[in-house]
Design a protein around this ligand. Structure first.
Ligand SMILES: [Zn+2]
Length: 417
């Protein structure tokens, strides 16, 4: 039993966990687009915020309406420009009547399917009230909603007779320049297969149907090719979401995933080129075919794309990764030379989870000395012999090579390959 627990634990540590400290280099200011995967227990509610344009996709179950409203209130000035109700199941539209009583909506899109539940009629009543008040309602079809220059939301029509409320979910893709998010409601594998010919590629995928094994097929994942996946599921839910099959599929593709039941609200922000998750900067590896290891430069240096030589797993420098202890979460880097080295702009990557540690500006590693990068709960730093990476656990106990880059994105040292 302990063994099972340990392996579950290490699986969890390997893929669900977190992240580098918080230097959201380029991703600052009012040009940030933020996608909030609100923790609504077993259900979905996603809030998209770009400047004063506000979109809500779903609102959780009936008892979650107030939570969603309270979450949105401090963030939204004025109207919800767009509301999407992916499908009429209670864990998606249950809280929507409460939301629609609290905010004026400009536009409402749903799957076009009606329901017979009280939950649905409560929802419909508020939709009708909004329409009376000037909102535009439509069922989903292929359309592009332009939000701002370089920012748009595409609705991807999947057909209207897919056999179930889940499979008729509204599917939407959000684009901010180079970064894309895909929202799938409770779409299952049957419809995933049906739309494989569409442009599904996205950096961040919301796994369909709360991580159920009925969704997130390998073919679909291959097509979307997400760098990160978010799963919205409640603790101890009666369905056992997310299912082990889905987690296994994600692991087999090496895609880190983040689950609301473990992390609460999850905010994935972008400035159009780089991503951060809950304020921790994460790496966005280059797309599809150029999967050369070592081309894995930080995406916030687009003027310098992929010009690194493919590294061999050796040290070729005076400064190198001496050890990564994944159990105690300590990385040791040594300066083996006879001069101090200014590590401003240098960074370290934990390659399995794509977490980045940025060395502080004007940090100097003295000749012949070592610095420890420490992560995990309660980690601390004295700024001289140790630096704190994150309170979260960074290093996988199974396979997680580390890479050290200098300020011009040159791979200096790798460890554990
Ligand atoms: Zn659902």
């Amino acid at each position: 039993m302990k063994k099972v627990f340990n392996s579950i634990l290490s699986l969890f540590m390997a893929f669900a966990l977190f992240l580098a400290p918080v230097k959201v280099n380029a991703a600052t200011g009012s040009d940030l687009l933020k996608v909030h995967y609100i923790d609504v227990g077993q259900g979905d509610s996603i809030y998209i915020q770009y400047k004063d344009y506000d979109i809500l996709i779903d609102a959780g179950d009936n008892n979650m309406g107030d939570r969603v409203v309270n979450y949105l209130k401090p963030l939204i000035k004025g109207n919800l420009e767009l509301v999407i109700a992916t499908h009429p199941d209670a864990d998606h539209i249950g809280g929507m009547d409460t939301v629609l009583k609290s905010f004026k909506a400009n536009k409402i899109i749903d799957s076009g399917m009606s329901g017979t539940s009280i939950t649905y009629s409560d929802y419909l009543k508020q939709v009708n009230a909004q329409v009376k008040n000037g909102a535009v309602y439509s069922g989903d079809s292929d359309m592009t909603i332009n939000i701002s220059n370089g920012v748009k939301l595409d609705i991807i029509e999947t057909g209207d007779n897919n056999g179930s409320t889940n499979n008729n979910s509204v599917v939407a893709k959000l684009t901010y320049e180079k970064i894309k998010y895909l929202f799938t409601g409770d779409m299952e594998q049957k419809v995933e297969k049906k739309i494989l010919n569409r442009d599904l590629k996205a950096d961040v995928l919301k796994a369909g149907h709360h991580g159920s094994k009925t969704a997130t097929s390998p073919e679909f994942l291959q097509k979307v090719n997400p760098k990160y996946t978010i799963i919205s599921a409640g603790p101890n839910n009666k369905f056992g979401h997310p299912h082990a099959e889905t987690i296994n599929t994600l692991n087999s593709f090496n895609i880190p995933y983040y689950i609301t039941k473990d992390l609460g609200n999850i905010i994935v922000s972008t400035n159009g080129t780089s991503l951060s998750i809950n304020d921790d900067e994460v790496n966005v590896p280059p797309n599809e075919n150029d999967v050369n290891l070592g081309d894995d430069t930080k995406s916030e240096n687009p003027e310098n794309p992929g010009d690194n030589p493919t590294p061999d797993s050796t040290t070729n420098s005076d400064i190198y990764i001496k050890n990564i202890d994944s159990k105690s979460e300590i990385v040791i880097i040594e300066n083996n030379s006879d001069k101090s080295i200014d590590m401003s702009g240098w960074y370290m990557i934990s390659t399995t989870g794509n977490q980045i540690f940025n060395f502080p500006d004007s940090f100097e590693l003295k000749a012949g000395s070592t610095i420890n990068l420490i992560s995990g709960r309660g980690s601390n730093s004295d700024g001289v012999s140790s630096l704190k990476w994150s309170n979260s656990y960074i290093w996988s106990d199974t396979y997680d090579p580390g890479e050290l880059y200098d300020s011009s994105n040159t791979l200096i040292s790798s460890f554990g390959k």
